[in-house]
Ligand binder design. Structure first.
Ligand code: TXA
Ligand code: MG
Length: 317
């Protein structure tokens, strides 16, 4: 156990340390953006490659000024509606943003989280923090403080902010103006759906379109990611346990004693909140395989299915 109060966390961050920070999406591994050692510690703690850039977390829109060289009208509209909240916006960076944060890119990803303890930490520290999800690289993101604790074997100080309300990561977008029309690109689907983004932009009578970017546009958004310990199999139709066992054993070469069926239910918000927690719980059973029937695939399920796809090792159709 390594739980700390907000004030203790701020002290650790001041000294260049890293802290498990509750946000409404998932727990982050936070370090101050103006200390290279803290940033390096984030990467080494997570065993994260340096080509995967970090999100800068601010406590208010006002802090964007020092970080972003451009903050277009479309981002102002979206920030006014969705901040604090699970939306990350990518724009040109200023010299104040270390290339360690952006993996050498000229752009920076910024978001204002909604969790009151995250906001309190950033405000008290007086400096924005960079924070990737607080899990080892490629693994399932933590949605409870004890997940962070077990992920790093108790070696990382964590603020207990309870269970995350959203349960999966923020939506990451960038925007380009071409011939008077805004092209908003979703680099990673997440806590704010495309439908919600569109509704807000329509209200402001903006000329826009929303596209889903190729995954390469968000460097860290790799095809295989978020993987729980037990393999995940997506079922395009009904299969018997025997069929699943046989296929997994022959195609993945792992022993399977039990097929564990994971139900998503009918409410996307609830499904998102439970997804990573269920991945972890259903991995406790040794030699189990987690089977998920492909159902509920409307626009409100985009982020959930993005994560399941990346977490999965096999699709049976
Ligand atoms: O909800 C979240 O966003 C959580 C919490 C802790 O805030 N954070 C999170 O961070 O998910 P991380 O590091 O696991 O994912 C950051 C994503 C990656 O897909 C990365 O490629 C993308 O943001 N990203 C960061 N900077 C970028 C940039 N300059 N251009 C494009 N994508 C960027
Ligand atoms: Mg992550």
């Amino acid at each position: 156990m390594s739980y700390v109060s907000v004030d203790q966390a701020v002290k650790l961050l001041r000294a260049g340390g890293v802290v498990g920070l509750p946000t409404e999406t998932v727990y982050g591994l936070a370090g101050r953006i103006d200390q290279e050692d803290a940033l390096k510690l984030i990467f080494s703690t997570k065993q994260r490659p340096f080509f995967d850039p970090l999100i800068v977390h601010v406590a208010s829109s006002a802090e964007v000024q020092g970080l972003a060289a451009e903050w277009p009208e479309i981002f102002q509209i979206l920030a006014a509606r969705f901040w604090p909240g699970p939306l990350t916006m990518v724009t040109q960076k200023t010299a104040a943003v270390s290339p360690l944060i952006t993996s050498g890119l000229e752009t920076v990803a910024i978001r204002c989280p909604k969790h009151p303890l995250a906001l309190e930490v950033i405000r008290k520290l007086g400096v924005p923090v960079a924070a990737p999800s607080a899990n080892r690289f490629g693994k399932t993101s933590p949605t409870r403080p004890e997940h962070v604790d077990s992920e790093f074997g108790g070696s990382v100080a964590v603020i207990d902010g309870g269970a995350c309300e959203v349960g999966l990561e923020s939506t990451v977008v960038d925007a380009h103006l071409r011939d008077g029309r805004w092209h908003l690109r979703v680099l990673r689907p997440g806590g704010v759906s495309r439908r919600e983004l569109a509704a807000e932009l329509q209200k402001h009578h903006l000329n826009f379109s929303i596209e889903r970017a190729e995954s390469a546009a968000s460097p860290g958004h790799l095809k295989a990611h978020y993987q729980p310990t037990n393999p995940v199999v997506i079922l395009d139709r009904d299969f018997s346990d025997e069929d699943i066992k046989t296929r997994v054993q022959s195609q993945l070469g792992v022993r399977v004693d039990q097929v564990i069926r994971m139900e998503l239910g009918s409410e996307p918000e609830q499904a998102a909140r439970r997804l990573y927690q269920d991945f972890r719980e259903l991995s406790r059973q040794e030699h189990g395989v987690i089977a998920i029937r492909r159902s509920q695939t409307g626009p409100d399920w985009e982020a959930i299915w993005d994560r399941i796809e990346r977490a999965s090792s096999l699709t049976m159709s």
